[in-house]
Write a protein that binds this ligand. Structure first.
Ligand SMILES: NC(=O)c1ccc[n+]([C@@H]2O[C@H](COP(=O)([O-])OP(=O)(O)OC[C@H]3O[C@@H](n4cnc5c(N)ncnc54)[C@H](O)[C@@H]3O)[C@@H](O)[C@H]2O)c1
Ligand SMILES: [Zn+2]
Ligand SMILES: [Zn+2]
Length: 367
């Protein structure tokens, strides 16, 4: 069938709304009509050439909507169901079997390979195959193809068009705090970068009852918003050194840190201000693929420090998204506060709004 998609022709380009063809679902696939799709920094990492993906192609990886077609082997969802799509995984490897699908051994090819496992793409435009299956979905479009394994049902309590970010940015920030770092109530947490991932981390920390929640961001609007969401302190990293500001609040240093900036200079300052036995989680995608960390081994050993790379907050979407929705229903996880909606056709303006800090998480909605 024909549908409309925001096609990225080449690195550095703007997105162009174009008519494309989307195939019939394969046996395990789910064709969805999109209601809304969030804009995540990872889409821009592809546009800017920091993450390889075959172009021309269709990005978009926080989509939600309604099932419009499935084949008979799909049993998890049926036509008419309200769903959100998340990342794809194989379901077979050791990590998938242990409910850690974000660390699937096939994560890269199944989410950023641009095609199904057999090399075909569900999308075609201007007579050529388009890079598709981005994050197992390519949802910058009116219709998109996901698979049974990477969709989750969304109850009536959640506005359908807002549910997409649960599948990436929101579960990443919240999961990093609640699952990967497993920050305990009463502990102290520093979050560097108060964008959509960092602020989802704040929501997760507030839901957990974390005692001290410090957010560092150079944008004043984001610091104010962090405090509104329940952070206990918000600091500007561009004035006094970060470590000095944190030690003023916590003289022994901070127990947990979630870094969303992936900036070497920021991570160096963080290591300086970690408490004994501190744990640092890193979710950011560095803009420089060669970015590296030089760590003093004696310091790391003697201070008992732990550093963890984090994918998708170690979420198993089938269990963690319903957990977040339950907290949302109880009023303990108001992730919708992070969202600004804009019409799908304004995708390029939406990128500007998010980059300037005016919006934290834009969700592009179809009328
Ligand atoms: N690991 C994963 O699974 C995963 C999932 C989603 C997103 N990501 C990545 O996480 C990162 C954050 O995503 P986002 O959507 O929140 O991005 P964002 O751009 O909305 O947020 C980044 C924030 O960092 C702030 N910042 C800039 N310089 C800073 C500094 N020196 N100190 C403190 N803060 C600073 C910015 O002002 C901004 O608010 C991106 O790299 C994204 O690609 C990773
Ligand atoms: Zn994302
Ligand atoms: Zn796997």
């Amino acid at each position: 069938m024909k549908t409309t998609a925001a096609v990225l022709a080449a690195q550095g380009n703007e997105f162009d709304l174009k008519e494309v063809t989307i195939a019939e679902p394969a046996p395990d696939e789910v064709l969805m009509q999109i209601s809304g799709v969030g804009l995540c920094h990872t889409d821009l990492a592809v546009r800017d050439g920091h993450l390889p993906f075959p172009l021309p192609g269709v990005l978009g990886h926080e989509g939600s909507g309604t099932v419009v077609a499935v084949r008979s082997n799909v049993t998890k969802v049926a036509i008419g169901d309200r769903i959100a799509a998340s990342f794809n995984s194989c379901g077979q490897c050791t990590q998938c079997q242990a409910q850690h699908p974000a660390y699937c051994v096939e994560f890269m090819e199944r989410n950023f390979g641009g095609a199904r496992s057999d090399g075909t793409s569900a999308l075609e435009g201007d007579g050529q195959q388009l890079g598709g299956n981005f994050f197992g979905q390519s949802t910058f479009a009116r219709h998109a193809m996901a698979r049974e394994r990477n969709v989750v049902k969304i109850p009536e309590s959640v506005p359908l068009e807002l549910a997409g970010p649960l599948g990436c940015g929101v579960q990443t920030g919240a999961g990093a705090v609640m699952k990967s770092l497993n920050v305990q109530p009463g502990a102290s947490l520093l979050i560097t970068g108060g964008g959509s991932v960092g602020l989802s981390g704040v929501l997760g920390a507030v839901a957990r009852g974390v005692k001290t929640i410090i957010v560092s961001d150079p944008i004043a609007q984001r610091r104010e918003f962090a405090l509104e969401l329940g952070a206990t302190h918000a600091i500007d990293p561009l004035g006094t050194p970060l470590s000095e500001q944190v030690r003023e609040i916590l003289p022994e240093g901070v127990e947990y840190v979630l870094d969303t900036t992936a900036m070497e200079t920021v991570v160096e300052e963080i290591i300086d201000v970690m408490a004994q036995r501190g744990h640092l989680g890193m979710v950011g995608v560095p803009t420089n693929a060669e970015a590296a960390l030089s760590v003093n081994l004696l310091q790391k050993q003697s201070r008992g420090l732990t550093f963890s790379g984090i994918v998708e907050g170690d979420s198993d979407p089938d269990t963690f998204i319903p957990e977040l929705i339950e907290l949302y229903e109880q009023g303990k996880f108001p992730f919708d506060k992070l969202v600004t909606t804009m019409p799908f056709g304004q995708i390029n303006q939406a990128i500007e709004a998010q980059a300037s800090g005016e919006a934290v998480k834009v969700v592009l909605v179809h009328e």
